[in-house]
Design a protein around this ligand. Structure first.
Ligand code: ZN
Ligand code: ZN
Length: 144
């Protein structure tokens, strides 16, 4: 599991970023959500408590958190980035029907990196691996 909100706040403070109630709300929402939300989804759930907050504000704060190394931005070729507060090594399974992203643990594919390095001469820095399919919810829904 990732860091607690409090640890994240300490880390943010050390980079000189001022903590505001909005930032706190965005960060704790991300750290408690397992759904890898988009800026839009965060906006929809936080706007009742923060009526003056815009999607742009949320997006700017997410960028800030990414730069501070608190969260990870996930881009999957569509137009909206998703954000993940779980910085541990894990892979994602993505539903092609509803877009949901589910974490799953699997030993990092370091042998693939080694093979790539050997064949291409690259100094490998990392890799991406995603599983695509239809999630359990969608499968159930389609069978009814
Ligand atoms: Zn689905
Ligand atoms: Zn994840």
């Amino acid at each position: 599991m990732g860091a607690t909100v409090e640890q994240a706040l300490e880390q943010l403070k050390s980079t000189g970023v001022r903590m505001t109630p909005q930032r706190y709300a965005i960060l704790s929402y991300l750290m408690h959500s397992m759904t890898h939300p988009t800026a839009d989804e965060i906006y929809k759930s936080l706007s009742p408590s923060f009526p003056s907050m815009s999607v742009a504000t949320i997006y700017n704060n997410l960028r800030l958190f990414v730069e501070a190394g608190l969260i990870r931005e996930l881009t999957y070729g569509d137009d909206s980035s998703r954000f993940d507060a779980d910085l541990s090594e894990h892979y994602h399974a993505i539903c092609r029907s509803c877009g949901t992203i589910v974490d799953f643990d699997y030993p990092p594919l370091t042998d693939v990196e080694a093979a790539a390095s050997k064949e291409t001469g690259f100094k490998v820095e990392g890799h991406r691996m995603e599983i695509y399919g239809i999630c359990a919810d969608c499968t159930t829904r389609h069978n009814h």
